[in-house]
Design a protein around this ligand. Structure first.
Ligand code: PRP
Length: 175
C-alpha cells in the first residue's frame, strides 16, 4: 500500500506532543544527574529515541543494543535474540532504556536482566507504545507514550517484515 493511503492510528502530531511530555518527565526525574545514558533498542526504537533525546535537557550519552524476537512474524516467536557483545559499561550510571513497544515483555525482561548485571546507579524504562493486555512477563515501563489495544501496529520505527519503519505516524496495516 502507498504511504499516503495508510490509515493513521496515532498521528505524527500526537506522537510529537507525547514525546515532548516524556522528554520533560525524564528531564525532571534526572535533573540532578550529570548525564544520562540512553540505551536504544534497535531496530524499532531508532526514530523514537532520536526524537526523545532531543527533548531531554540532561546531557545524553547514546548507546545501542540489538534485539529481535519477531523477525518477519506478526507475533513474538518467544525467543529473543540479543546481541551480547555490549561494548559499553553502565556501572554507576543513570540509565534510560528506550523501546518502541512492549508486547509480551520477553524482549524487555531479557535486556533488563543483561543491563542490571552491569550495576547501573539507576535503570528506568521508556516505551512509546505498551500493549499491556498481551503481557507474558510482568515488566512495567516508568514512562509510556501510549497504551494501545492488541492491534498489530507499524510506522515510526516499527516494521512489517522490514517495511513501514519510515512512516511518520503509527498505522494499523491491513492483515
Ligand atoms: C519488537 C519491538 C520490541 C519487541 C517487543 O522488536 O521493537 O523490542 O518486539 O515485543 P515483546 O514485548 O513481545 O518482546 P522486533 O523483534 O520486532 O525487532 P525490531 O525492533 O528490529 O523490529
Amino acid at each position: 500500500m502507498a504511504k499516503g493511503e495508510l490509515p493513521e492510528f496515532i498521528s505524527a502530531e500526537r506522537i510529537a506532543e507525547r514525546v515532548r511530555d516524556l522528554g520533560r518527565a525524564v528531564s525532571d526525574d534526572h535533573a540532578d544527574a550529570a548525564e544520562l545514558t540512553v540505551v536504544c533498542v534497535l531496530n524499532g526504537a531508532f526514530i523514537f529515541t532520536a526524537d526523545l533525546v532531543r527533548q531531554i535537557s540532561v546531557p545524553c550519552r547514546l548507546e545501542f543494543i540489538r534485539a529481535s524476537s519477531y523477525g518477519a512474524l506478526r507475533s513474538s516467536s518467544g525467543t529473543v535474540s540479543l546481541a551480547h557483545d555490549f561494548d559499553f559499561d553502565l556501572e554507576g550510571r543513570s540509565v534510560l532504556l528506550v523501546e518502541d513497544i512492549i508486547d509480551t515483555g520477553l524482549t524487555l525482561s531479557s535486556i533488563v536482566d543483561e543491563l542490571l548485571r552491569q550495576k547501573p546507579a539507576s535503570l528506568k524504562i521508556c516505551t512509546l507504545l505498551d500493549k499491556s493486555s498481551v503481557r507474558k512477563i510482568p515488566v512495567l515501563a516508568n514512562y509510556t507514550g501510549f497504551t494501545i489495544p492488541d492491534f498489530f501496529v507499524a510506522g515510526y520505527g516499527l516494521d512489517v517484515a522490514g517495511l513501514y519503519r519510515d512512516i511518520p505516524f503509527i498505522t494499523v496495516p491491513e492483515s
